[in-house]
Design a protein around this ligand. Sequence first.
Ligand code: ATP
Ligand code: MG
Length: 262
Amino acid sequence: MSSDFTLSDKWLKKLDRQTQELACRIGFDRKTLDEVFDKTTLLRLSKLISNKIIDHFDFPISTGKEAIVFRAVTSKDEFVAIKIYRTSNLAFKHIAKYIDGDPRFNLINKSRRGIIDEWAKKEYKNLGRLKNANVRAPIPIKKMNNILVMQYIGDMERPAPLLKDSTLDNPKKIFDTILRFISLMYNKAGIVHADLSAYNILIYQDKPYIIDVGQGVLLEHPESIEFLKRDIHNIVQYFKKFDIKADEKEIFNRITKNSDVS
Ligand SMILES: Nc1ncnc2c1ncn2[C@@H]1O[C@H](COP(=O)(O)OP(=O)(O)OP(=O)(O)O)[C@@H](O)[C@H]1O
Ligand SMILES: [Mg+2]
């Protein structure tokens, strides 16, 4: 047995113990946890620990169908968010349509796991594009197969709430900022989010943060225009409850004619 293996094995056991402790501490169903923390994922997480990218897990922020997001603490005592894509069949089903037609990714000869890894890579790259285009979103830190480490949005006590759960002091300002972000994504980052809604925007210190950008597509994607229209529609619809009226067509024309990007 090589020493490398012994080390991994040691970390694996330690991590497994940590996971068990975590499950007990927060009353989290271990079975659900095990679905995500299969042995391969555990090994990858152990690497994040041995490479001193993270020190320990804090608590699960969200356990969804496709991914589980944890708050974790780095060895420098800073919070990060860790998104772990599930490798189950269920999660895998509807993602191909967003990867097909994107020259950055290659699905040929890829296993199910391999495709999930490409998906995580897509989210990581899209977050990088958002950062470069000055769109407020978590800063990508590290990507390892199906695991994405990014900036944590929230404070000591709790992660930032979703837009759909937030009370807004100035909804018009938030609305305008989100439209500006859609425009910057389109005109500067060269992508369309494609799943933008009050479920994929966090509100932190009265400012919107765009999240969940894995399905974001390049403008050359055959359906990018349809996705853009849908994103605009979701946002305009949501803000109607704040008595904000806006013309979706006019917004679409403005964004695609690039007349509102400073
Ligand atoms: N960087 C972050 N900081 C704080 N909270 C986050 C961060 N990223 C995600 N979250 C939280 O985790 C939740 C799930 O994240 P995300 O929307 O990216 O995953 P998802 O693909 O929608 O997962 P699923 O579809 O399986 O629910 C979000 O709704 C948000 O509450
Ligand atoms: Mg989401």
